[in-house]
Design a protein around this ligand. Structure first.
Ligand code: FEO
Length: 402
């Protein structure tokens, strides 16, 4: 992969990881990922971020096609997570930079990851601007978007925003630009990334978007640290608007049903819940957790205003996959969802109580009582599951009209 010139003397020098499937140890990246790093050539040559450690040599090779590595004057680390700073020590050793810039919180992260004694590290203030020559770099702290150390680097002369993890996507495609790829695939990748990484920080997203407007950043190019670059003004506007939409989490007229099952009784109930939703003209996605990874289910939630979870009672609790799914979802703090639960039991039947409590913890309104059936669902149980779907569907449809 060759370096790519985004603008005159500004290059993508990152790396693509086509084979990465386990992203950060807890979510999936079915299309691989990209570690983006950028080089600004000016009176001071500035490298923005690095790559995962295993891609260090590939990045160095790419950078040296544009500039001898020893000519890099400054390294800016917008974020210290190892997929961006994994090659930092490797690059520092080869560049011997005059300065390494990071946020104040970045200093702590950097010291936690590396032996930085002897490194020329300088923590920058929020809003501080440095000169690289013809171009300048303004640093904007984006604390908890998604780490305490995260910050943006903005080059006003080029209207270029280097945005760290914000606005990223896990896509290794051979393409560099968002306008080069199927739009539906792009949107899916944005939602997948947002719902598995950024979602808990939605309040910070809204704050950052407002701050960017207040500071009159007005980027025309948005260059995230993963995936494709939004190079046209309309693409930059699209991704900023998309993030506002994702952060607001307004109700969507679609429901997510996820479940696990032992002897298929809970699965039969899931089918009836789906039929009930259909009666209320609310579409749904039904996901058996044995077939879908928790990050895939979480991505689906992006388009859904209701979550209905099914589990039989097992050892007085819920089945492990359901428990794991709820734990994962709760940590990602979805907002504005309706909830509901169903499942079979043999002798005690506590699963629905556990699921309902977990949904309460996510502030999900549960307008319909849980549906439970003893062993195999009878006609009355199937009708109750249908009614669960129909009633939740009706409330959701109303909410989407408001
Ligand atoms: Fe892409 Fe927070 O790492």
């Amino acid at each position: 992969m060759l370096p790519v010139e985004l603008k005159k003397d500004i290059f993508w020098v990152g790396a693509e990881d086509f084979g990465r499937r386990d992203f950060h140890g807890y979510s999936l990246s079915p299309r691989g990922t990209t570690y983006n790093a950028y080089l600004l050539k000016d009176r001071k040559n500035v490298l923005f971020d690095t790559v995962d450690a295993q891609a260090a040599a590939s990045m160095l090779d790419r950078l040296e096609q544009v500039l001898p590595v020893s000519k890099v004057d400054y390294i800016v680390t917008n974020h210290l997570e190892p997929d961006h700073a994994g090659a930092l020590a490797y690059m520092v050793e080869r560049c011997r930079p005059e300065k390494i810039f990071c946020s104040a919180a970045g200093l702590k992260s950097m010291a936690g990851h590396f032996d930085i004694s002897g490194w020329p590290v300088q923590a920058v203030q929020n809003g501080e601007t440095i000169s690289a020559g013809r171009r300048s770099i303004r640093f904007v702290e984006t604390r908890m978007l998604h780490w305490p150390d995260s910050m943006f680097s903005y080059i006003p002369e080029e209207k270029l925003l280097i945005s760290g993890d914000a606005f990223g996507q896990n896509l290794a495609s051979g393409c560099r630009y968002a306008d080069e790829i199927d739009h539906a695939l792009l949107v899916h990748a944005i939602e997948e990334y947002y719902y598995n990484i950024v979602l808990p920080f939605s309040p910070q997203v809204l704050k950052t978007l407002d701050l960017a407007a207040e500071l009159k950043l007005e980027p025309e190019i948005v260059a995230p640290d993963h995936g494709l670059v939004f190079r046209r003004p309309e693409d930059a506007a699209f991704i900023l608007d998309k993030y506002r939409e994702l952060a607001l989490q307004r109700p969507r007229k679609k429901a997510l049903i996820f479940y696990d099952t032992m002897w298929r009784s809970t699965e039969r109930l899931a089918g009836m819940v789906a039929e009930g939703l259909d009666k209320s003209r609310v579409s749904c996605r039904v996901m058996n957790l044995k077939n879908h990874h928790h990050s895939e289910v979480m991505t689906e939630l992006a388009g859904c205003g209701a979550v209905i979870a099914g589990s039989p009672t097992h050892n007085n609790g819920v089945l492990p996959l359901v428990s794991a799914m709820l734990t994962y979802m709760k940590g990602l703090r979805p907002l504005n969802r309706l909830g509901g639960t169903f499942g079979s039991y043999g002798w005690s039947g506590e699963a629905q109580k556990h699921i309902a409590e977990s949904m309460e913890g996510m502030k999900m309104e549960q307008p319909v009582s849980p549906v439970k059936c003893l062993f195999k669902p009878k006609a009355g149980d199937l009708a109750a599951a249908f009614a669960l779907g129909e009633q939740i569907g009706a409330v959701l449809a109303d909410r989407c009209r408001e």
